[in-house]
Design a protein around this ligand. Sequence first.
Ligand code: FAD
Length: 400
Amino acid sequence: MATVTRVREIAVVGGGPSGAICAERLARAGWQVTVLDERLAWEKPCGGGLTYKAIERYPFLLDGPEPKKLIRDVVLMASSGQRVRFTLDRPIVIYSRRVLNGLLLERARCAGAQLVQARVCQVDTSGPRVVLRMAREGHAAGSRTADFVVLATGARNTLLPETTPLQPTDLEQTLGYYIPVVSDTLVVKFLPRFEGYLWSFPRPDHLSVGICGKLTQTTTAVMKRHLHDFLEEQGLPRQGQFYSHVLPSPVARTLRTRRVVGRNWALVGDAAAWVDPLTGEGLHYAMRSGELLAEALLAGAPESYPQRVRAEFSADLEFATRIARRFYRGRFLGGAVTVRMIQFLQRSPAFRQLMRDLFAGTQNYRSLKRRLWAQLGITFAEIAVSLFRPPGEAAEVRAE
Ligand SMILES: Cc1cc2nc3c(=O)[nH]c(=O)nc-3n(C[C@H](O)[C@H](O)[C@H](O)COP(=O)(O)OP(=O)(O)OC[C@H]3O[C@@H](n4cnc5c(N)ncnc54)[C@H](O)[C@@H]3O)c2cc1C
């Protein structure tokens, strides 16, 4: 692939976290950037949870005045009914997506990017300049050109120059409600032999409650039933706005081989399937991929973008694809892995610290097995000792 050394006029299609950050970085470097989004800041279906690793890299997400919720109190529930409550040492920061997208778009605008509300229907990358055809709210369809197009159009992206669409096996279905209830506790519940989970994420003035599951392994009706049972169990009303969306949950081959960059185009964020296949975390990878693409473009080497992503996180996400099935469906010491995890959490401080690091995003998947083996002895010793005292004696953890 020929190296492009002077790309200056950029069209970013999609103003979610991946597109907005990419646009901000390029505009800050003096490039001419236009962000085209059919809705601009909107309540995109999402939990809105940012791990500590995202906050550490983007401190303005914690320091700014925008409304957000800092959560340290977590309840994990097993399919068996067992549950554990524990305290995170580094908080999860939860935003409404309208607020988060608005904040990131405003930063792009302040850096010099132009924001345009328009739907892009077609992208032609075959000529010397990229041609984008678009429909603008209340306007006739028009077109514009650019040197390079960044496709940040999310999981439902259909703009695919010289690459393949995501397959059903690369996607999860999600359903949920925004419920007008205030809480300070994040709840996650696992289901028997189900690759996915239920969640309740508290935001400043409501909860985002939902379920995710592999598109090819479950149906909307089954997921809705689990979701409604969960609401009832949590004592939550079945009211508020309903949402449904797809979420990338890429297989290893997709992460390894799918083309995400060409001479004058690139995919970032969900459109590139940069999502943790085990947890569904996508916000950090969306922002970071937008930034890594901007760095590759500014270096005059867009073709280096996949290597930059691989060096930083996609190799770890690929490793996670190997763990995901075993985590949700596997068995350990005669019980479901998720049940054992909750029992270990109840009884072992060393295991609780490992889980805190996973929640913070500071424990990667590739070194997880090594750490689990290294601390297995202490974990079992702590479990053995805890059998001589009532569960929940430690101040930081309460088995319910
Ligand atoms: C239910 C659910 C819960 C989730 N919870 C979490 C969570 O708690 N934490 C986390 O880290 N991740 C979570 N995720 C994942 C996270 O939402 C995504 O990874 C993230 O939004 C990806 O950002 P993005 O910028 O790539 O795409 P998006 O945020 O999807 O943005 C794409 C943008 O492109 C625009 N667009 C699309 N097509 C066009 C077009 N043709 N023309 C113009 N504009 C267009 C859209 O309007 C949109 O604004 C969740 C996902 C789902 C579905």
